[in-house]
Design a protein around this ligand. Structure first.
Ligand code: PHE
Length: 360
């Protein structure tokens, strides 16, 4: 068979000169593909005499193997070169220092909200929410505080601006989280067990008061919930929250329009050289208001007071944060001083849960 050497030189030279995989594939098809040159010669073998066919067939097979081997070797070479190029391009210096750790911390208020949510969730309380700009019906009327009631003055309310002729119901910045009681009962009915942590607003400012602060509302309504359940729940909460065995609470008879009877609860603490300590000392800090939900409040939220009863409380989150973490001045909470946040803040990687320890 003539011309095979030329064919061999032609293809081996071409393979050697190829620089990319697509061109290499074109070459493979041209030589060894179904309609390729070598394949055409193979097809021609059938028309030959047997002796001739044998000799020619053997030579063709050798040529085919040679070209095939050259193609494969080149293909591997191209892949290696491509990998080398990528490695050169995507080179990265692993000896460079890592990114600095984020300098931000979790604010004590956020930390405490997570902690108390974990504790109350464990007692079967779900989380409810309401708006911070609230209608005066939810903030006052539905909670048995009619327009002329003196409690409205005591709340030092921020009123939302209204244009002349605006006849939408008046709105306020909510002065407490109690309106969420109404919203939750209206939405879910009874029985119900919810907490509602969030921001509240009053025109007040000194060492223990800021115009915006945080409360968590608690509400438990069922057929036979009593003051005793309230007392147990709060004591159990404080033991879990403050993570000490000795927590002393003092229940004082009080008055709220939306509970009857009502009690305020103080907690024993000491303040030695600006360090607050819980469970010892001769000082008492008021941390919450509470009581049995007034029948008128149940009725306003569409819950039948002849069938259902229960307790509610509103606790100051900033205050229990001050007590637990020994932070003496409330105003510093809202000054966004980075040095303060670095000192009192928490790592973003330690989310509190009961199993892992709340504040460890
Ligand atoms: N809303 C009351 C306050 O802000 C607290 C409270 C809530 C009292 C629920 C009784 C029941 O002072």
């Amino acid at each position: 068979m003539d011309g095979l050497d030329d064919l061999k030189v032609k293809y081996l030279t071409a393979v050697a000169g190829v620089t990319d995989e697509a061109a290499l594939e074109d070459l493979r098809v041209a030589a060894l593909g179904k309609k390729g040159e070598i394949s055409a010669l193979m097809a021609g073998l059938g028309k030959m005499e047997p002796d001739q066919r044998k000799a020619a067939g053997a030579m063709l097979n050798v040529l085919k193997d040679e070209i095939d081997a050259a193609l494969r070797a080149k293909k591997a070479g191209l892949a290696d070169a491509a990998l080398d190029a990528r490695l050169r391009e995507e080179w990265l210096d692993v000896t460079l220092p890592g990114r600095p750790r984020p300098r931000g911390t979790i604010h004590p208020v956020s930390q405490v909200m997570e902690e108390l949510t974990a504790i109350f969730a464990d007692m079967g309380f779900a989380v409810a929410e309401g708006p911070q700009v609230e209608s005066d019906w939810y903030n006052f009327d539905a909670l048995n505080i009619p327009p002329e009631h003196p409690a409205r003055q005591e709340h030092d309310t921020f009123f939302m601006h209204r244009d002349a002729g605006d006849d939408r119901p008046p709105h306020v910045l909510r002065t407490h989280t109690s309106p969420v009681q109404i919203r939750a009962m209206t939405e879910q009915g009874a029985p119900i067990r919810v907490i509602a942590p969030g921001r509240v607003y009053r025109m007040d400012m000194d060492q223990t008061h800021t115009p915006m602060f945080h409360q968590v509302e608690g509400l438990a309504i069922d057929r036979d919930i009593s003051m005793a359940n309230l007392k147990w729940t709060l004591e159990e909460f404080c033991r879990a929250f403050f993570e000490v065995d000795k927590v002393e609470l003092r229940f004082r008879a009080s008055h709220f329009p939306f509970t009857e009877p009502s009690a305020e609860v103080d907690i024993r603490y000491s303040n030695v050289g600006g360090q607050l300590r819980i469970g010892e000392g001769d000082k008492w800090m008021e941390i919450l208001g509470s009581g049995m939900v007034h029948p008128k409040v149940l009725a306003a939220a569409g819950v039948n007071p002849d069938e259902w009863q229960g307790f509610a409380f509103g606790m100051g989150i900033d205050r229990i944060a001050m007590l637990k973490y020994g932070i003496p001045d409330l105003r510093a909470f809202f000054e966004s001083d980075l040095r303060w946040l670095r000192h009192y803040g928490f790592s973003a990687l330690d989310m509190p849960d009961l199993a892992g320890g709340l504040s460890s």
